[in-house]
Design a protein around this ligand. Structure first.
Ligand code: 8Y4
Length: 304
């Protein structure tokens, strides 16, 4: 591994003692009018988008269900609602632009005026980024880290914060044979390169979030190493977003627990991520995660 990276990584300390490098204590993300205060750890709630039936009735029901779910997550303390129209689960088939727009734009339009928190759009496609922000989205969440054609320029023009996530390979095949010589260093180098590219393209540093991409081209061991060493990414001086909720790393640790039995393990991982310096936790289970992070914040706030 690059020894300079190792040194800077080790220089940053976090844990339960007072916070360190990227001064998040005063950072407020401007998400196209709505804001996210990164002075304390925040939760991004994942909105279920039920693939709607072809009948109009089904479509309206799906929209109502999405609105109700988003409203509940906001009531539970979510600071951001994440909407995605393209499955990024391992093995998932890609969807085309038209399908993706048809799934997400009506929901963003219905939601943006109804909820007080920003909507993030989980997409890798430049056209979807542009349309989603026009429809009211305030954050771009890209598992491809703006590497798709036109994405960096679309994001720069959109003028909203972006989350750049690390992924090795592509969703369909990324879990076939993840391979690193030093996962922490390689993820750090990738995020550093994407950060530089985005800043050079005109995205202000203050609008960039970074994410090591748990489960995206990583073995269980890789995921555990990244979580244990999250503090290393503080040297990149950008707020960290972490998504572990219900992922297979939790299922594996729990001896093959199915998705609906991964809540407690996911909350434990969220707590450790925040202790390791994460600013935003992406989760399906907003209330449980918000409560756990309130406990972490209360302990961090005591004098000694
Ligand atoms: C059960 C439930 C099993 C969900 C797997 C999953 C991230 C992300 C995803 C992430 C950011 C997922 C869109 C994968 N993960 N965006 N998106 N960070 N920024 N799988 O870790 O939730 S989708």
């Amino acid at each position: 591994m690059n020894p300079r990276l190792r040194t800077t990584y080790l220089a940053a300390s976090a844990g339960l003692q007072a916070n360190t490098d990227p001064d998040l204590s005063t950072l407020i993300l401007d998400c196209g009018g709505k804001t996210v205060d990164l002075g304390s750890p925040q939760v991004m709630g994942i909105l279920n988008l039920t693939p709607d039936s072809f009948s109009d009735g089904g479509r309206f029901l799906a929209r109502d269900a999405a609105l109700a779910h988003a409203g509940q997550m906001v009531a539970d303390g979510a600071a951001i609602i994440d909407i995605g129209g393209e499955s990024t689960r391992p093995g998932a088939q890609p969807v085309n632009v038209e399908q993706e727009l048809a799934r997400v734009i009506p929901v963003i339009e219905a939601l943006a005026g109804e909820i007080p928190v920003p909507i993030s759009i989980d997409t890798s496609k430049a056209e979807v980024m542009t349309e989603a922000v026009s429809a009211g989205a305030g954050i771009l969440n890209d598992v491809y880290a703006l590497r798709a054609p036109g994405a960096v320029d679309a994001a720069a023009r959109a003028g909203v914060p972006v989350c750049l996530m690390h992924m090795q390979g592509e969703p369909r095949t990324m879990q076939d044979a993840p391979d690193y010589s030093d996962v922490v260093a390689e993820v750090g180098e990738f995020l550093s390169e994407r950060l530089g590219t985005c800043i050079a393209a005109g995205i202000p540093r203050s609008r960039i979030l970074l994410d090591p991409g748990f489960g995206f081209g990583k073995t269980l061991q890789d995921n555990l190493t990244l979580l244990k060493n999250l503090q290393a990414f503080q040297s990149l001086e950008a707020p960290l977003l972490v998504g572990i909720s219900r992922k297979s790393m939790v299922g594996s640790i729990l001896g093959g627990a199915p998705v609906d039995e991964r809540l407690h393990g996911s909350v434990a991982a969220a707590v450790l991520a925040v202790v390791g310096g994460a600013a935003i936790i992406r989760t399906h289970d907003v209330k449980a995660t918000v409560d756990a992070l309130k406990v972490v914040s209360a302990i961090k706030a005591v004098e000694r």
